[in-house]
Design a protein around this ligand. Sequence first.
Ligand code: APR
Ligand code: PHB
Length: 391
Amino acid sequence: MRTQVAIIGAGPAGLLLSHLLALEGIESVVLERKSRQAIEETIKAGVLEQWVVDLLQDTGVGDRLMREATFHDGIELRFGRRRHHIDMAGLTGGKKVTIYAQHEVLKDLIAARLAQGGTILFNVRDVRLDNLQGPSPSIAFRLEDGREEILQSDFIAGCDGYHGPSRSYIPNRKEYLRHYPFGWLGILVEAPRAADELVYTNHERGFALLSTRTTDIQRYYLQVDPHDDLEAWPDDRIWDELERRVETEDGFFLPRGRIFQKNIVSVRSFVCETMQYGRLFIAGDAAHTVPPTGAKGLNLAAADVVHLARGLARYYLRGDDQWLDHYTDSCLRRVWRAEHFSWFMTSMLHQLPEHTDIDRKFQQAQLEYVVASEPAAQSLAENYVGLPVDW
Ligand code: APR
Ligand code: PHB
């Protein structure tokens, strides 16, 4: 097999890259370890920055999103049993908070690629990369039926997430990593909406987040012990804990409902420098991960592949490889900004085991400042709705 750009991973990074390349007339093949069904059903986060919404719309994959997504003008910060509205749209010249589950974005991208004759091979195994410094790098892999196959290409895009193998092919990389001493327990619930916007809560028992999917399905999260498994969290315990953390002095009511999905994810900050080696470029979670508190994961993956698609387009259409040479630099400035913002939100809202009274006072002072000072709120809003892709 041969293609121009071989892409490993059919997550947001890999699929959006394949889509953007096709619009430039550049051919790609996507190799994915999981089945299409698994990709389309795995529950992940769901907040899109304004420019990502605009990009999906402008490139023809935003119709369902515009019909089905939830658009909010702001978020709520809740602490000391009080609610505080941050007016994102008002503070950023009209940019909104869009909630549309990641797997719905993936369904739309997969449908678009297949409708346009694109190739996505699901259920592949054992990808091995070779010849990354030469003009024709290749990927050996095993097809679903067990047959060995080799995909030759001009470039390889490693879009295979935090646990994928691509990153390990970059020698002399420097990895920056922080594990946080807590996880996020996420649930999907059949229940009416509890609030008009996302509620981020700082509580002495731990962080809680109320998000949404549709008018009838809600997505809630609790800060939990990172070593907890789901058995430790029967439904009643989840509801009791959520209720205690999000209660307000004005009597906030959290409607309960059937919990039909639960998972626990670990929380980390991670960046790999550099993001390229010869003809290999890594993008998205393969190169960096953020704690989910800033809602940046999918958006950072999208920004990387916009830069990568531009660099590849310059190469194929103009024979200019300078943009590709500077791929890492054009991504990392934004990546570190988002890493810092995600760490900032995480630090402001979670309880750490080592926290003492003074740490809680610091958090409270920061929260009071963010909700009372317009410049402070504006800084949070600017980061939350997303800096421009070329930032
Ligand atoms: N071979 C083929 N595919 C692989 C391999 C492999 N060896 N290893 C991983 N993959 C696939 C995974 O199955 C997954 O579908 O790569 C894909 C990576 O997707 P994501 O982990 O979603 O990463 P990315 O596309 O960078 O998107 C980042 O996704 O998980 C969220 O929080 C994350 O929002 C962020 C966004
Ligand atoms: C979600 O809806 O899944 C979600 C929302 C906000 C976050 C993280 C996840 O910060």
